[in-house]
Ligand binder design. Structure first.
Ligand code: SF4
Length: 324
């Protein structure tokens, strides 16, 4: 493999393959409440197309999904993935109850929680890290960033900027918990250099995992209205594949790449993966890496380069003179 996939990363961490089991909680999102319209791409179901109803107990959802995924893939151990909306928007006591319920479930190795960078306060992080310690199972925070550009974030009505993301990562990592960052690499207002910069920022912050999404446009969203009104242009599948390749080459080789392309059911969308199966785009990305003999982190040479500063103030060494 020319990048670090989730399966290898988890095998190294647990000595065996770990499968994610989606869990829905009865929660919404602060960006969809009190007069906030939500992110322009956010549909009625949040991100959980395949999830079981949140009315079912956490243990029941885990049991049903374990049975299905266990049989299908011969899976033995799992990660409970609280996927929908902003899980840390629940009252703290309620959230802790759900997390403990999942921690107690048989064959659960860790818990992942999806949330927003501006919704991870200190008391929540303290409680989650304490529960993780109590049960000896890690809690991973999955943070939606989507774009590093504050202009794009404003366009898609995220309600936060890059600064909140940086702050959240620093505070999560300070507690020894892992972070997975979610990015949409083909938002219409971003270009290849934004993807490159995103890889550099995630690497500099020491984020543990990244999940890349190709933008899909759900019906009945503000983004769908803009799309149908012709208010923006989307890049092609080939341009997307090239952008992902560029992202990967600048990304630290230590960061796990959970996903390269989105998966969304066609019936809910007006645009999804250029009308192709997600795996064709993944295959094209892998093919490009192969063809050009590139791999994750082959351009990861930009951190700790103190000679930049020395060059400006006091050039050192023959190979450094004249460098800018
Ligand atoms: S943060 Fe997530 S759940 Fe909230 S509006 Fe945006 S996409 Fe939807």
């Amino acid at each position: 493999m020319r990048y670090l996939p989730y399966s290898d990363y988890m095998k190294k961490k647990y000595g065996q393959k770990i499968y994610k089991l989606p869990v829905s909680l009865p929660v919404s999102c602060p960006n969809r409440q009190d007069g906030h319209a939500g992110c322009t791409f956010c549909g009625a179901e949040g991100a959980g197309f395949e999830n079981l109803p949140s009315a079912l107990a956490v243990s029941e959802q885990l049991e049903k999904n374990m049975e299905y995924i266990g049989k299908r893939y011969g899976a033995q151990r799992f990660s409970a993935y609280f996927q929908n909306f902003t899980n840390t928007y629940l009252p703290l006591g309620q959230l802790c109850g759900y997390v403990k319920e999942a921690m107690k479930a048989d064959r659960i190795a860790e818990i992942c929680l999806s949330t927003r960078p501006d919704c991870v306060s200190e008391d929540y992080l303290d409680a989650l890290s304490e529960i993780g310690g109590q049960y000896g199972k890690p809690v991973v925070l999955e943070l939606g960033l989507q774009s590093i550009s504050h202009r794009t974030l404003r366009k898609i009505n995220r309600g936060h900027t890059l600064a909140e993301f940086i702050d959240a990562v620093i505070r999560i990592k300070r507690r020894g918990m892992e972070v997975c960052a979610h990015l949409i690499l083909n938002l219409p207002w971003d270009d290849d250099s934004d993807a490159e910069e995103a890889a550099k920022i995630l690497s500099a912050l020491g984020v543990d995992q990244v999940k890349l999404h190709s933008l899909y446009i759900e019906k009945n969203t503000e983004l769908c209205r803009q799309y149908e009104a012709g208010e923006f242009r989307l890049i092609s599948a080939e341009e997307y594949a090239n952008r992902v390749v560029r992202f990967l080459t600048f990304l630290s080789p230590e960061i796990c790449v959970q996903r390269l392309v989105s998966r969304a059911p066609e019936e809910n969308t007006v645009f999804c993966n250029w009308g192709q199966s997600w795996w064709k785009i993944r295959d094209r990305i892998e093919e490009l890496l192969e063809e050009r003999d590139l791999f994750q982190g082959c351009r990861f040479d930009y951190l700790n380069r103190d000679y930049y500063f020395w060059n400006i103030r006091e050039p050192r060494g023959p190979h450094r003179s004249g460098e800018k």
